[in-house]
Design a protein. Sequence first.
Length: 334
Amino acid sequence: MAEEPRLDGAQVTDLARALETELARLIVGQKELVRDTVISLIAGGHMLLEGVPGLGKTVLVRSLGQALTLSFARIQFTPDLMPADIVGTNVIREEKGRREFQYQAGPLFANLVLADEINRATPKTQSALLEAMQERTVTVGTETRALPTPFFVLATQNPIELEGTYPLPEAQLDRFFFKALVKFPSEEELLEIARRTTGNALPQLKPVADANAILAAQQVAREVPIAEHVLVYAGKLIAATHPDRTGVDNVKRYVRFGASPRGLQTLVLAGKVRALLDGRYNVAFDDVVAVARPALRHWLQAACSNLPCCAASKGSPCWCGARSRARWEASGGR
């Protein structure tokens, strides 16, 4: 196996900026989304995108694969999708008069995996991603197989349609590094999208890095130092998300559960990558603050009964609190 190239901080900065520039040739606007995606990739995490259809989520992942010469697979999640459709299965093959089981790999065996509308699959199918996202392995029967590296899952979900969907379990949400909200483009960006996509040809992206370069960048990111006082600040930020460990009235009233220790790991690692993207080899307070929202928003559970919109719904699931309310009722109110 070829040895991974050794990069320094400046080279990782150049790689990340080149990747952002290349993606901008196809992705109009969405600078914050593109940067969050690059941060997740270099940090070695996975990403959950929430937005209505047609905002370019699939285009972003495909473009990322083209700009990095990485293999790409798309999984369209539906209620009838089975775990074997994702991880693969053993099939019977007959050769020279003998029958034997042979493993047929599923679409998870790719560097970039788009889990489109992940909340439309049943919890059983969603759970098939757990081992892959955490351990980077897939187990079928008694055999465990390693997934290709780097391995990056980018899942999407539609926040508007609630019928026929299954809320992601906490264990699944815990596997995501970032959760990004895909914003609707401005009027100027809408016009630019029309100009770029209604012509004879779309821009062709040029590869700026390969798998080995991404793996090397991930290693460099973990080596970025963080001062103790910045680490303490990040820890206090995590503690402040818990109603029983903060003096902030709004947190006590509107938050039911806060971020887990993995949230602190995400804050620190994302802060390291952001520092590299800004050309610095140390983590500042601003780095932690900048990544706090995408890093923590999927870990916080709202106390729905205290939210004005949920109170007005008079017991019916409302748009903002349907997930938390459903979990609350399923747990018997515990």
